[in-house]
Design a protein. Sequence first.
Length: 178
Amino acid sequence: MNTNRVTVRYAKALYAFAEEHNKTEVVNNDMRLISQLVNIPEFRNMLENPVIFPSKKIETFNKIVKNKVDDITKTFFKLLAENKREVYLGAAARNYGAIFRKKNNIKAAEFITAFNPDKNLYEKVSKILEEQYNSKIDLTVKTDKSIIGGFVLTVDGMQYDASVAEKLKNVKKDMLNA
């Protein structure tokens, strides 16, 4: 079966269960934490290692997250592990976030700058985007010194690159074509 199909089905089922218990936002926060966890090589290796028994994976997961996640999330991981589908945890978490944003009219946005923006800039960008897209904005701010200056803004897959690096690249391209 297609991996994406599996993870979307698990995410939809988790969302429906969380919705029944009025915990969609709590579980969404848990899925954000899990998305960060699966980026840790040791955690990802534990999930992908077929030699480790599912019961040991469940025990390890519960020790790592302790009181940081809801029981629904712990039960979800237990279900995945018992069915030997724990390798899909990260993708299921991402798909849950996408379902949550869609159901709650929230747009995902990424704002990349060459410096750490202050809270005031973060709030201004959020406000402008909320007005522009007429929806709530889930803004992720990242720093990347390679853009030199300016910013790169991505909203729902559309990218606006106003970085100095992009401008220099365009100038170089124009000079080579002239």
